[in-house]
Design a protein around this ligand. Structure first.
Ligand code: UDP
Length: 238
């Protein structure tokens, strides 16, 4: 029997989390640590889907600010998420847990194209499924991709891994008066314009009544702690 109250969850890992102390790209020891954490979470008996961001390599908004057409810049961003997913897949497999990358942007010689049925089949076989390419469309983020995939794969919760231990009223690194929330509703998060996820992601989660657990991935074992209900986190519910 699973030690956690969920049969299936989706973890959203930002590209920045994979950067570790570096200013750009992948920091191999950090990738290995997060992969081990995800493999340990899978070992608790929960089916695990992971949406990976790309901000450590390329963000569409930044590319557009430098003169690239926004849709093209976003395509570069989506490709960056595939790089991250492949690195994480390799590290999860190295930790002894089977994993598969599926991309919303088809590149069949590199990884499987995303299909809901195939993803569910991988999950049922105990594989960690890494979902790359976000939604597959420009003008979206991987947070929205995470909310979308969590809903369509019937996940019990969306675990949003960040660099801080929950949702704050403002950026706690910039504002010493920032207040940390224990619990929030999706509507409160949208109305208060809390920047932890974009409004489209919160709106999608609200529509599907998907609980979101916001936690820090900086500490080893953070994912397993949150799944057991032991970690420090903010719970966003309907
Ligand atoms: N992106 C996109 N459509 C999506 C998801 C992502 O166009 O559905 C692009 C977008 O340019 C974004 C980049 O991929 O800036 C990287 O994703 P994101 O910023 O969400 O990564 P994270 O902040 O999680 O590292």
């Amino acid at each position: 029997m699973s030690a956690v109250p969920y049969r299936r969850v989706l973890v959203k890992v930002s590209g920045e989390a994979l950067m570790g102390p570096d200013a750009f790209g992948l920091h191999p020891p950090t990738v290995t640590r997060i992969a081990a954490d995800l493999a340990d979470a899978r070992a608790l008996g929960v089916e695990l889907a992971v949406v990976v961001g790309g901000g450590n390599i390329f963000r569409g908004v930044q590319g557009a600010a430098k003169g690239l057409d926004r849709a093209t810049a976003d395509q570069l961003g989506m490709l960056a998420t595939v790089m991250n997913a492949l690195a994480l897949e390799a590290a999860i497999e190295a930790a002894g847990t089977p994993a598969r990358t599926m991309s919303a942007v088809a590149m069949p010689t590199v990884c499987e194209p995303y299909s809901r049925q195939k993803a569910l089949s991988h999950l049922a076989k105990g594989r960690v499924v890494l979902l790359a390419g976000g939604t597959g469309n420009p003008f979206f983020t991987t947070d929205t991709g995470g909310a979308l995939r969590a809903a369509e794969l019937g996940c019990g919760a969306l675990l949003k891994a960040t660099n801080v231990d929950g949702v704050y009223s403002s950026d706690p690194k910039a504002d010493p008066a920032a207040v940390r929330y224990e619990r929030l509703t999706h509507s409160e998060a949208i109305d208060r314009q809390l920047g932890v996820m974009d409004a489209a992601a919160f709106a999608l989660a609200r529509e599907s009544r998907m609980p979101i657990i916001v936690f820090s991935i900086q500490e080893p074992g953070a994912v397993t702690a949150v799944l057991r209900g032991e970690g420090r986190a903010t719970l966003v519910t309907a």
